[in-house]
Design a protein around this ligand. Sequence first.
Ligand SMILES: Nc1ncnc2c1ncn2[C@@H]1O[C@H](COP(=O)(O)OP(=O)(O)OP(=O)(O)O)[C@@H](O)[C@H]1O
Ligand SMILES: [Mg+2]
Length: 473
Amino acid sequence: MIKLAPNLRVLVIDDMPSIHDDFRKILCPAPSARSEVAALEMALFDDAPPLPASGAAAAQYEVEFALQGQEGVARVDAALTAGRPFALAFVDMRMPPGWDGIETIERLWRLDPQLQVVICTAFSDYSWAEMLRRLDVRDRLLVLKKPFDSIEVSQMACTLTAKWNMSLRASLQMSGLEDEVLQRTSELRRTNAALESQMVERKHLENQMLRQDKLASLGQLTTGIAHEINGPMDYVYANLSTLAEYFNAMQAMLTAYGKEFGAMPDSPARLRLDQLYDRLELDFLQDDVPVLMDHSRLGIERVRAIVSDLTDFSRVNTAEPWQWSDLHRGIDATLNLASSELRARADVVKEYGDLPEIECQPSHLNLAVMHLLVNAAQAMGRERGVIHIRTGRSGHGLVWLEVADNGKGIPPEVQQRIFEPFYTTKVKGTGLGLAIASGVVQRHGGNMEVHSTPGAGSTFRILLPVRQPFRTG
Ligand SMILES: Nc1ncnc2c1ncn2[C@@H]1O[C@H](COP(=O)(O)OP(=O)(O)OP(=O)(O)O)[C@@H](O)[C@H]1O
Ligand SMILES: [Mg+2]
């Protein structure tokens, strides 16, 4: 705590110079004359007891004098301007021709409300009640009746200057407390904000973990389902082509029969066969069977595509050896694979940064990039678009990869769901592309973000660590 030197400045306002002398002797005795002071006081103030050896009388008051109220007010004003306010003023009640004590005190307090005041009076033009009513501030005012007693004067000076100093200290402490409260409040606000952002981060992590769990169990499930579906689908697909061959043969046979029937003479047997032909609508069947078989083949191809996506999906949850690999080589290979899908819809612009090799499961990463590229291509409208593939380093052992398109963009309500497995807005989509990609990225300890403006395009950004210090599989 700061220690302030006590303020012992006293102002005496009295129209009698002799009274000034009295105050001077009481409040500022010459050190050598200290013992004489008591005697003098005895003479001056009748039965004044000796001054106390310690306390205020021993303190060094700094006393100034004024003969009139106006002069007193000017001194208080100057003291305030100089930053050296008075702690206490002794004010005489009657000071002709100028202001009386009450008016002087009113003006003093207007300038300096903290000033402690003693009004000195032998008799008054006012009743006490009226005096107090006019001044109204009783807690800073004492009354000293003349003739006064030196001990009364010294005790008042001691007590009131101490009171002034205590009030100052209290108000400093209050403002110190206020500062502290303000500081604590702003600290609390900062802590609060930090907590809030931690909560958001935690929620985000929880969601990520939940998604990863979901993906892991979905992965296991889909491995089983894909296996179960693949077997029957393979032979249904194979049988369909055989069926088509068989049907072609049957159709050739039927056509040959038809020709022979046409040449046969009418007979009951021919009539029965003709009726059966018509009833079975054999013409229609011959036309429709190939169409149905074609549709079935398309349906099976679609099922096989979904199963292959599902297999991809489960494959990314299986272990591929971790190795140090050049991300750019992987992207280039993926671009080659996807070229037929991309070529028709967009130009690809590569903006590769300077990347170190990263520890990764390269084919899984390639798969993730493939899904981003295919999505980007599929986002293009009638006009040919541009897909930018950018890479770069991002301090602290991280690298990033961006696939940006100028396609149709993703509306906010769709954006919230695009990483959900099986969420799709496409007629022929399975909704697994981004679930697979984000699963891969998460297994690499990275993260994926999307920024999209409907009508302008989307950017998918993947952040990956260079090393995998904590990898588990
Ligand atoms: N680059 C993109 N531009 C616009 N929309 C996109 C983009 N990438 C993804 N989407 C939206 O996110 C959805 C989910 O994408 P995701 O790749 O997971 O599945 P899909 O492309 O619909 O189907 P799949 O990839 O399995 O064939 C898409 O249906 C599409 O609405
Ligand atoms: Mg996709």
